[in-house]
Ligand binder design. Structure first.
Ligand code: ATP
Ligand code: RIB
Length: 302
C-alpha cells in the first residue's frame, strides 16, 4: 500500500495557562503558569503521524506573521512536507487560548484566522497534492465545504479517508458516505448525531453511510463499530497531566497504522498507546511520542 498520509487541516499557536482548577464564569485565578506551544488539530495530527514513522504532507493556511512562520518551521523540522501550507496576506495565524487544570482537563477557545481562508481550489487545483496518498485525514477547524471537497477528491484518488469531527460542527449528509473512518469523542458523537446514547449515535453514523465509527472514550480507550462487528480496545493506564491533543495523538497514530496496512483494531491499539504517552506530557505538538517510544511502551504494557 502507498504509505503517504495527507493531513488537511488547521494550524494554531496555543496559549496555555495551567491552574489548579478551571475558572467558573466571573472567577479570576492568579496562580496560573503560561506557556506557548505549537498546536492546531491538523498540525498536531501531522506531527503525531510523522513521529510515528508516517510520510506526511499537510495542506493548510497560516497568516503572514511570526506565528505562521514558526508553525511551518516546526512542522518542517519534524519531517512534515509543508509545501501545501499557504500564507494568507490579510488574516492572522490561528490562535488557541487554552486552560488546563491539575487533573489535565481543559477548555479551548480558538480564533481561527487564516485557517478559515483555506479555499476549495487549494484542494482541487493542486495537481500533485494527492500523488502517493494512501490515507487522507481532516478535522473541522477549516471551512466545512472544503472538508467535503477534500473527501470527494480523496475517494476519486482511492485513498482511505479518516474524519476527526472535531470540534463538532454540523455536516452535510453527502459527506458521510465518503468517510471510511470517523473518530469522534463521546461529546462530538452526541453533537453530530443528536443521540444521547453512544450505541444510538454509532447506529446513526453507520446509517448515514460512514464505513467504520471509532468513538474515543478518554481513559477507557476506544470503541470500533461497523456493519460487521463491534469491539472495545482498552486504553493504557497512565498518570495524565495534560489531555490537550490526546485525540490528535490518537488520530495521527491511527492513520499511520492504516497506511501500514494494519487491521483497524491493531491500529487503534497503537493509537491508544501513542495517546496515553501524549497525556503524560504538556503541550500539543511537544507531547507526541516517537515510534520507538510507543513500541517500547507497548512492550512494557502488554
Ligand atoms: P482531546 O480533546 O483532549 O484532544 P478527545 O476528547 O478528542 O481528546 P479522548 O477520547 O479524551 O479524545 O482521548 C483520545 C484517546 O486518548 C483515548 O481514546 C485514549 O486512547 C487516550 N487517552 C485520553 N485520556 C487518557 C487517559 N487519561 N489515560 C490514558 N489514555 C487516555
Ligand atoms: O486538539 C487540540 C487542539 O485544539 C489545540 O492544539 C488547539 O490549537 C485546538 O485546535
Amino acid at each position: 500500500m502507498d504509505r503517504h498520509i495527507l493531513v488537511v487541516g488547521s494550524l494554531n499557536m496555543d496559549h496555555v495557562v495551567t491552574a489548579d482548577h478551571l475558572p467558573v464564569q466571573g472567577e479570576t485565578i492568579i496562580e496560573g503558569q503560561y506557556h506557548i506551544y505549537p498546536g492546531g488539530k491538523g498540525a498536531n495530527q501531522a506531527v503525531a503521524a510523522v513521529r510515528m514513522g508516517g510520510k506526511v504532507k499537510m495542506l493548510g493556511r497560516v497568516g503572514n506573521d511570526a506565528y505562521g512562520r514558526q508553525l511551518i518551521t516546526g512542522l518542517s523540522s519534524a519531517g512534515v512536507n509543508t509545501r501545501y501550507i499557504g500564507t494568507d496576506e490579510t488574516l492572522a495565524t490561528g490562535v488557541a487560548v487554552i486552560t488546563v487544570d491539575q487533573k489535565g482537563q481543559n477548555t479551548i477557545v480558538v480564533a481561527s484566522g487564516a485557517n478559515m481562508a483555506l479555499k476549495e481550489t487549494d484542494i482541487t487545483d493542486e495537481p500533485d497534492l494527492f500523488n502517493g496518498v494512501g490515507v487522507m485525514v481532516a478535522q473541522l477547524e477549516i471551512p466545512v465545504p472544503n472538508v467535503k471537497a477534500a473527501f470527494r477528491v480523496a475517494k476519486e484518488r482511492e485513498a482511505i479517508t479518516v474524519l476527526n469531527p472535531a470540534p463538532a460542527r454540523s455536516l452535510s449528509k453527502e459527506l458521510f458516505p465518503l468517510v471510511d473512518y470517523i473518530t469522534p469523542n463521546r461529546l462530538e458523537l452526541q453533537m453530530l448525531t443528536g443521540a444521547n446514547d453512544t450505541q444510538a449515535g454509532i447506529s446513526r453514523l453507520l446509517a448515514l453511510g460512514v464505513g467504520t465509527v471509532i468513538v474515543t472514550l478518554g481513559e477507557k480507550g476506544a470503541l470500533l463499530a461497523n456493519r460487521q462487528k463491534q469491539s472495545h480496545i482498552p486504553a493504557f493506564t497512565v498518570d495524565a497531566v495534560d489531555t490537550v491533543a490526546a485525540g490528535d495523538a490518537f488520530t495521527g497514530a491511527f492513520c499511520v497504522g492504516l497506511a501500514e496496512g494494519l487491521s483497524p483494531d491493531i491500529a487503534i491499539r497503537l493509537a491508544n498507546a501513542a495517546a496515553a504517552i501524549s497525556v503524560t506530557r504538556n503541550g500539543a505538538q511537544p507531547s507526541m511520542p516517537s515510534r520507538d517510544e510507543v513500541e517500547e511502551f507497548l512492550a512494557q504494557n502488554s
